[in-house]
Design a protein around this ligand. Sequence first.
Ligand SMILES: [Zn+2]
Length: 380
Amino acid sequence: MVRHALLRSRSPPSWPAAGSAAPAAAVAARASTSPPPLSPPPRRPGRRSMASAGAGSGGRGRGRVRIAVVGDVHNDWTLDEDSKALHSLQPDLVLFTGDYGNENVQLVKSISDLQLPKAAILGNHDCWHTHQFSEKKVDRVRLQLESLGEQHVGYKCLDFPTIKLSVVGGRPFSCGGNRIFRPKLLSKCYGVNDMAESAKKIYDAAANAPEEHAIILLAHNGPTGLGSRMDDICGRDWVAGGGDHGDPDLEQAISDLQREIGVSIPLVVFGHMHKSLAYGRGLRKMIAFGANQTIYLNGAVVPRVKYAQQSMYSSTVSTSEQTGVVEGLGLMVPTSRAFTIVDLFDGKVEKISEVWVTVGDARTELEDELVLYKQPREHI
Ligand SMILES: [Zn+2]
């Protein structure tokens, strides 16, 4: 069963740290629907850890974790301004859902320069022109993957020991639906040739996370099974009648993981299906509730940058889209930047909000907060 909730509230004047009054030493717990294995599973060569995770917690209690989601970027990313905004939000971890541009290598490099613990996945727009790897030249998909390095989590598990979380990636390049997008790339890069192999690859990555870690799944598109109305979290909005445009391999992997080894998956994060529906049909539901207390979050607030006071300048001067600097004056046009913030406690989601942060020359401040979920559910 899927439930949705939406509550709008005005933001407080400042954004408090998630764990300002948190008890210390909470541990993420693994559900035990099946007997634990007698010995830990062997470590896969692809498993890595990120010792620096948690650097942004600023004294927060260990059980409290804040995740900032940067939804589909579509060229709306400026390292300086987004860094200011993100640091003001004090996340322990930043997740990127993909579609940075149409193979925008420079922008992906800039994301890899962000000085916060992070994980990312490539979307369908990140292989917009490249259908398969060339033996003769280095293509832009490869350059993006090289830029992100270990932080690209497609079919992999990235451990963040200090916050007791592991981020497991879904299928890279996903375009949603039953067909694999860019099959030659996927086969060459990951040895995956169909949905069943893809589901197994996600499963294997997640099954290898440390037992005491909660698992966050990060994919470009969400799973099937969350509704088929146009405004559902993965609903097809460009054809009359809608339809479920989720990834079947992701649903299969989540279902198998929960049934067979009882891992705790408090959160599945993705993008691809934009919040604004096609043809002005309204807004998408960006959150859904699934079995086993898993919350599904679509972070694709697109466009994610608004030029807050552009009208002040627009009649007399032009503004660079990439830098936000008013040409000739050297002034930064204040921008509003969208993020989705997830607060967890003890490995469980407490609150999810879409936030808009204003970044200008002299100030960085929370402008608006749209609360999508707050525990307990009865209160929303
Ligand atoms: Zn996409």
